[in-house]
Design a protein around this ligand. Structure first.
Ligand code: PRX
Length: 654
């Protein structure tokens, strides 16, 4: 971010206090901050008791005797799926709609809590019949359809562990995730709808499971896309057949609060994605607490919609676990926002009278570009709370969101969190906080955040620094699957001292003159493209795996719509330089990255260069490449081994 824009963010003077009426009816009260301040761990214990059903109540709240490995509510037992389903039915809310699902072609289904519970019971029995039990890993590779939720909850009901892989990831990415977690079962579909077409999923599963022996014994296939699929007898089963054959009754058993719930892979600074591990009790308590208070949820009357794909953490915490634990009614939409027309999202808000809407700044900015006429055609008056997640939201987009979508009155909560934090950590509370555009503002009650300088001391406003979480929190990751050393090294080595553990988030942040937190983006080699995390190194590895490439460097360049975009610089092998034009090489390599990782990682541009800027010790200076990619004047080149390299590169690209 440029110094100019930080400056204007830090001096943002607009304030939007809650109306008296909103504050009077708000779920969150200012006293939450006082209670958490008075006794942080007890505050979380109270939330966990109030918001969840415990098969066996806990007596211990936090065990931090072996940092950075935390245990929350360790002697308690619960069943995550029971908390999301059965108890709502038993409380008399079985007829409440859990999911208003809308397929991209316009087909729709509304599923009540009673129906969802019944389906998950059958699915749990079907999985158990395939040998799935406590601790087993199940990979889920599905479109945004109700079966994705059913599959996740069925796995959770058995005390097993799901690993959801976003349907846009390639066969290669799926395979590496299956292998890393040693998954026994894959749940997929015969396709899903996207941009007016059925995209295949089953062929990617088949490709992923071909070749070397795998841990997978069965593949369950949901019928959705009506695509013809290849069938491996003995391994593949139709989901509907397996459920029809399964018993309808299933009693949920309690599992320890620290029983693993899921693994979710995310990009780090190395080429290999890390399997972030979340467990049950603490995670569910914090997602339920945040979903209720940050979105001002009134479960009997609100209709909530989070547009995230279930393949990302936002889908896990705020499509599946938070809303269902709270007994909310939600909308789930399979397709893209612009299919079959650019007003599709607004049409759905009108159709289902959505009152709480949660999406990413990239989407807001692309709608802004299309103009207000599109949302203006629809009745959006049901909306009363808006949320933003995944990347910084610039004040201009914030104001547009509030005016064009929120009727000029709906509060916006800018929620900062990560795959690793499991749940929202920094956000305003609607009805309590006076809102400020461009700032995530305040750590939630029970969350301790600090901004530190490089030397580990706290910085005072208006200085910038690095964001850390200074106390353990209930939904925190419990580790990286199979790699405790990497867990310690990645998150806890930078600022922790003996007896004082601090989690380093990888984000830069400022505190402004009012004490509000302004997020500035990643400080490591992680890019954020449309709110999705990508690693520069992972894309570089994909590029050099192509036979025409000798060397590659990737940077995240500022992009008006997507926040950042992937820009690659490659040196071709000498025998390849004449074999194709730079343009041909770029086309080949963009496709290659999409095939290796997934379409989300496809570079916006691939530049063929003859040199890369390196220090004397051989380290590529990505910062200088970023200057070129962003069309800026090139920064200090004095540490380069050959300072003329940047001139050659920028001349060539001109
Ligand atoms: O850089 C921060 C950014 O997204 C990163 C986390 O990415 P991921 O694990 O994929 O989770 C995304 C959804 C929670 C963070 O390190 N980020 C997330 N929310 C915000 C944000 N940056 C600024 N403002 C936010 N509200």
């Amino acid at each position: 971010m440029s110094t100019n824009s930080i400056d204007s963010l830090l001096h943002e003077s607009r304030r939007f206090p809650p109306s008296a009426e909103f504050a009077a009816n708000a779920v969150a009260k200012p006293e939450l901050y006082d209670a958490a301040k008075a006794d942080r761990t007890n505050f979380w214990a109270e939330q966990a008791r109030e918001l969840l059903h415990w098969h066996k109540p806990f007596t211990q709240t936090l065990d931090w005797s072996n940092p950075p490995f935390a245990k929350w509510f360790a002697d308690g037992e619960l069943n995550v799926a029971y908390n999301c389903l059965d108890r709502h039915v038993l409380a008399g809310n079985g007829e409440r709609v859990a999911i208003h699902w809308e397929g991209e072609p316009g087909d729709s289904r509304s599923v009540t809590y009673a129906e969802l519970t019944a389906e998950v019971k059958r699915a749990a029995n079907a999985l158990a019949a395939l040998g799935i039990g406590q601790g087993d890993r199940v990979a889920i590779y599905l479109p945004v359809i109700p079966e994705a939720i059913v599959a996740m909850l069925a796995v959770a009901r058995l005390g097993a562990v799901h690993s959801v892989v976003f349907g846009g990831f390639s066969a290669e990415s799926l395979r590496s995730r299956i292998d890393d977690a040693n998954a026994k079962l894959v749940i997929t579909a015969d396709g899903g709808w996207r941009k007016g077409k059925v995209f295949p999923l089953k062929p990617a599963v088949d490709a992923a499971l071909s070749g070397a022996a795998t841990s997978v014994t069965n593949v369950l296939v949901v019928k959705r896309g009506e695509n013809d699929v290849e069938w491996t007898e003995g391994r593949d089963l139709w989901w509907h057949d397996a459920l029809a054959a399964a018993d309808a009754e299933h009693e949920a058993q309690g599992f320890e609060a620290e029983n693993p719930l899921y693994i979710l892979y995310t990009s780090g600074t190395t080429g290999k994605p890390k399997g972030i591990l979340h467990t049950s009790g603490g995670y569910l308590a914090q997602v339920a607490f945040t979903h209720k208070n940050v979105f001002d949820l009134h479960p009997a009357t609100d209709v909530y919609w989070c547009t995230a794909d279930v393949g990302w953490v936002t889908g896990h915490s705020y499509v599946v676990y938070g809303p269902l634990a709270n007994g909310a009614t939600q909308v789930m939409y399979e397709g893209t926002p612009d299919t079959p027309h650019p007003g599709r999202w607004w049409e759905l808000i009108e159709k289902y009278k959505v009152s709480i809407f949660y999406t990413a700044p990239t989407a807001i900015r692309s709608f802004m570009k299309l103009g207000r006429e599109i949302p203006d055609k629809f009745d959006l008056s049901s909306l009363r709370v808006l949320g933003s997640v995944g990347e910084p939201i610039n004040p201009e987009a914030w104001i547009w969101y509030r005016d064009a979508i929120g009727g000029g009155t709906a509060p916006i909560v800018d929620t900062w969190w990560q795959t690793e934090t499991g749940a929202i950590m920094i956000s305003a509370l609607p009805g309590v906080t006076s809102l400020k555009p461009g700032s995530a503002q305040t750590p939630l009650p029970g969350i301790k955040i600090d901004i530190l300088g490089e030397d580990g001391t706290r910085v005072d406003p208006p200085q910038g620094g690095l964001l850390v979480v200074s106390e353990p929190w209930p939904a925190m990751l419990r580790g990286i699957w199979g790699d405790p050393e990497r867990f310690k090294e990645t998150y806890w080595s930078r600022f922790s001292t003996e007896g004082d553990y601090k989690y380093f988030a990888g984000d830069g942040a400022h505190v402004d003159q009012d004490g509000d937190i302004v997020l500035l983006g990643r400080v490591d080699d992680v890019m954020n493209v449309s709110g999705h995390r990508l690693s520069t190194q992972e894309i570089e590895s994909a590029l050099v795996s192509h036979p025409i490439v000798a060397e590659a460097a990737v940077v995240g360049a500022a992009d008006e719509t997507t926040g950042q975009a992937v820009v690659a610089f490659v040196i071709l092998r000498s025998d390849q330089e004449k074999a194709q034009t730079a343009e041909e090489a770029s086309t080949i390599l963009r496709a290659h990255v999409a095939e290796q990782i997934g379409a989300i990682a496809r570079p916006r541009q691939v530049f063929v260069v003859s040199e890369l800027p390196k220090t004397r010790s051989g380290k590529i200076m990505r910062r200088l490449l970023q200057d070129v990619a962003e069309g800026r004047e090139i920064g200090d080149t004095t540490t380069l081994a050959d300072s003329s390299v940047m001139q050659i590169i920028s001349d060539k690209l001109k």
